[in-house]
Design a protein around this ligand. Structure first.
Ligand code: CUA
Length: 337
């Protein structure tokens, strides 16, 4: 379970080597300058040692050439580190569209996981090899952090919001899962494993595991029992409340003229604190569901709303927010001057 480089964990995801490359580059730069500076230091100590008692060194007025050199070289090196790591960072934190979605809820002191097909697990996550997997994560209590060293991925799991991360495992096997944020007495025991399986094996595992209803089906059930139907319509078509069909991922016009993208966090907030962002054209009539739904249930409601369709298109302008709807500005005519 160890890589050939000491202290470097095994590599088992498409991101691993990219993170490692930045890390090795940083280590290389550090090592190079440590050796260079030590060597020059030792050389100077010997070369410019005091040779006679009462020796006074020659005064030095400074050197613009030297100062420019030792400013520009570190600047260029720092910018290569910045540019390279920014590229890797954006890749790691922009989840792909076609990923398998898995819901993760942290809790003192365990990881609760639900697959989109309904299977639940605790402290274990089974995934197929070579497939992109996106984790949609939150917590019931304090901040935790989902950390899988072999995948070089680590993201905080924060109360009151969703965070996501994604990976594509490249090797079958069992890998350590840690909580990487101190979260109370049994923090060190909040561990588990990620089991990467061949696709067929994974399908077997899925069918061999008793599946509770899928998050979408459970969400639809909740949608009925919580009474969402009475305002948002029997299948989300809308009524006294805004329509939910095609909502996910869309820019939504709010009271007061602002727009917001209907992402996971917005939908979550609208369930728990409906008054905070009112959709344009609707009154503040929705009750809060704070304290009435668990994190698991929120994830299920979210899965249901997502299943009602919507564009994943980020930041696409909608007719409502396009300048075409605003009164036309009188165009300045050249004669006015
Ligand atoms: Cu959860 Cu530390």
């Amino acid at each position: 379970m160890q890589s050939w480089v000491p202290f470097v964990p095994e590599s088992a995801s498409t991101m691993s080597w990219k993170v490692d490359a930045v890390y090795f580059y940083l280590s290389g730069v550090t090592l190079f300058f440590t050796l260079l500076i030590s060597a020059i230091l030792i050389f100077f100590v010997i070369r410019y040692r005091r040779r006679t008692p009462y020796e006074i060194p020659r005064p030095i007025a400074g050197s613009h050439k030297l100062e420019t050199l030792w400013t520009v070289i570190p600047f260029v090196i720092a910018m290569t580190i910045f540019g390279w790591s920014a590229k890797v960072y954006f890749e790691q934190y922009s989840p792909p569209q076609n990923a398998i979605e898995v819901y993760v809820v942290g809790k003192q002191w365990m990881w609760k996981i639900q697959h989109s097909t309904g299977q639940r697990e605790i402290n274990e996550l089974h995934v197929p090899v070579g497939k992109k997997v996106k984790l949609i994560m939150t917590t019931e209590d304090v901040i935790h952090d989902f950390f899988v060293p072999a995948f070089r991925m680590k993201t905080d799991v924060v109360p009151g919001k969703y965070t996501t991360q994604w990976f594509e495992a490249t090797k079958t096997g069992t890998y350590h899962l840690f909580c990487a944020e101190y979260c109370g007495m049994n923090h060190s025991g909040m561990i588990g494993s990620v089991v990467v399986m061949e696709t067929r094996e994974f399908d077997n595992w899925l069918s061999g595991n008793v599946s509770s209803s899928s998050p979408v089906a459970a969400g639809q059930q909740l949608y009925q029992t919580l009474g969402c139907v009475s305002c948002h319509g029997a299948s989300g078509e809308g009524g006294r409340g805004p329509s939910l069909i095609g909502l996910f991922g869309k820019q939504t016009q709010l009271v007061g003229g602002q727009t917001v993208r209907a992402d996971e966090s917005y939908i979550r907030e609208s369930i728990l604190n409906p008054q905070s962002k009112l959709v344009d054209g609707f009154g503040p009539i929705m009750p809060t569901f704070q304290g009435q739904v668990s994190e698991d249930q929120l994830a299920q409601l979210l899965a249901y709303v997502k299943s009602l369709g919507g564009s994943q298109n980020q930041g696409a302008p909608t007719p409502a927010s396009s300048p075409a709807n605003k009164p036309a500005q009188p165009s300045p005519s050249p004669k006015a001057r």
